[in-house]
Ligand binder design. Structure first.
Ligand SMILES: Cc1cc2nc3c(=O)[nH]c(=O)nc-3n(C[C@H](O)[C@H](O)[C@H](O)COP(=O)(O)O)c2cc1C
Length: 188
């Protein structure tokens, strides 16, 4: 069976962000699993402007080079993990913008969510807020993992995952793998 091309997306674009270290920990766990071919995608590097296409993304007619570049990245992913911060009880604007840019490239692909925040909600409100958007794009939500950066802080750029985080992430990868194989035919 071909490995699943898993894109782990760093959704925060903020200088000094915790997201990069958390995504690195998720990628390390996924790279230990031979079923996945892991690529870390950084929305800060993708560097999309605020949505600026004249056609609805459903048309797949991308006028801008940055859109085509982003479409190529998403198209080669079979599945995604969004490592997403909670900002003001929701998920961050850079992630919404990146989702809105495309349509067909997202459809019928599984997604796992690693939500995190400084508060005790562990990113849960961000995770709840994104679900209707995933549904609109036919991204199939599989499982989520929460992190409180107050309880498990990033220290000197390193996030040391707790045992529950590792267990939760492995469980999420299991769900992503199963869902990928079940829904892959729908992409044809
Ligand atoms: C604009 C803004 C709003 C925030 N709102 C929340 C919030 O509603 N709940 C929460 O738990 N943490 C909140 N935080 C804290 C962040 O989730 C926390 O600092 C996290 O590390 C941010 O991710 P990042 O460092 O990868 O950008 C907020 C931070 C910022 C910058």
């Amino acid at each position: 069976m071909n490995p699943v091309n898993l894109h782990i997306v760093i959704c925060s674009t903020r200088p000094g962000r915790s997201g990069e270290a958390i995504a690195t920990a998720v990628a390390d766990i996924a790279r230990d699993d031979a079923r996945f071919n892991v690529e870390v995608i950084d929305l800060a590097d993708v560097n999309l402007p605020l949505f600026d296409e004249s056609s609805h993304p459903m048309m797949g007619q991308y006028a801008n080079e940055h859109t085509q570049r982003w479409a190529d990245i998403v198209a080669r992913g079979d599945a995604f993990v969004f490592v997403m911060p909670e900002y003001n009880h929701s998920y961050n604007a850079a992630l919404k913008n990146a989702l809105d840019y495309l349509h067909a490239e997202w459809r019928y692909k599984p997604v796992g969510l690693v939500g995190y925040g400084a508060g005790m909600s562990m990113g849960a409100r961000a995770v709840m807020a994104i679900k209707p958007v995933l549904s609109a794009l036919k991204l199939i939500h599989t499982a989520d993992v929460g992190v409180s950066t107050m309880m498990t802080p990033v220290v000197d750029g390193v996030f040391t995952p707790s045992d529950p985080f590792i267990l939760g992430t492995k469980g999420m990868l299991e769900e992503i793998n199963k869902t990928h194989h079940a829904i892959h035919p729908l992409r044809a």
